[in-house]
Design a binder for this molecule. Structure first.
Ligand code: GLN
Length: 260
């Protein structure tokens, strides 16, 4: 392909379908902007891993939950790591920082190609903000899901809270939810299903390819949301347990003292 080409997800899907149909190419080359050129290597390998975007935010806790379900979980730091991902988790953190890092490391185009090629995405908290196609008072980021969000909708960091709810489609019993300076999903498009409504806002929603939660299941012992996402990605979990024994994630914080 020559010339500049800034495809929509729909165009990328058509292109990938065509390429697969022709069995001619195992790579595509896309000019994503007038300023630079990106070459994607989407090798047609078996997609059997779940990635967690590892640029900023709560990564290890997601990895830990996925591993507890017997899933091969990888920390995704660069564009070359997308070829065998059945799903990708965009973790909680700080959405402005995450999008800046995605752009600095030039990951966004490959992420969109992998998404168009069937990789599912789960956004937790800041990750949900990245997915949204409308952000109140702010610019949109990845634009992959037909939801509107309001950032920092509960107030300051100190207004963060825990609650317990039942999300029938995800788990038969009540689970803990942790909201950390969370956004609210304020509206969803016709192709998006609401999984959890609380008061005046939507806390969890999904469409065919994305799952969005404004809270952090990875900071609770429950494996229910991770299991739900893994199955959405077409992978099998080991069904032995639905909750971790651990209730604190402090040991996952890799804080090392400066050497003397
Ligand atoms: N307040 C953050 C933002 O707007 C999200 C917080 C979180 O991910 N826990 O990006």
């Amino acid at each position: 392909m020559a010339g500049f080409f800034n495809p929509t997800i729909r165009e990328l899907k058509k292109l990938l379908h065509l390429m697969r149909h022709c069995k001619l190419l195992s790579f595509i080359q896309i000019n994503t902007s007038a300023n630079f050129e990106v070459i994607h290597c989407l090798k047609m390998t078996k997609r059997n891993k779940i990635g967690v975007l590892d640029l900023q935010g709560g990564v290890l806790e997601h990895i830990n939950h996925l591993q507890a379900l017997g899933i091969e979980a990888v920390r995704v730091k660069e564009a070359s790591q997308f070829s065998d991902l059945a799903g990708l988790i965009l973790p909680g953190g700080e959405s402005t920082c995450l999008i800046r890092l995605l752009n600095i490391f030039n990951i966004t185009p490959t992420l969109k190609v992998a998404f168009a090629d069937g990789m599912k995405i789960w956004g937790t908290c800041a990750g949900t903000i990245l997915l949204a196609n409308k952000i109140e008072g702010d610019n949109t980021q990845l634009n992959l899901m037909d939801i509107s969000v309001a950032r920092n909708a509960f107030g300051f960091q100190l207004d963060s809270f825990n609650t317990k709810v039942k999300v029938p489609k995800v788990c038969a019993h009540e689970i803990d939810l942790t909201f950390i300076r969370a956004p609210k999903i304020t509206k969803v498009g016709v192709n998006v299903k609401v999984l959890l409504n609380i008061d005046d806002y939507i806390a969890a929603a999904e469409d065919e390819n994305c799952l969005a939660t404004v809270f952090h299941p990875e900071l609770t012992p429950s494996l229910a949301f991770h299991k739900y996402f893994v199955e959405k990605c077409g992978l099998q979990t080991n069904d032995s347990h639905d909750s971790l024994k651990r209730t604190s994630w402090m040991k996952l914080a890799r804080i090392t003292a400066p050497s003397e």
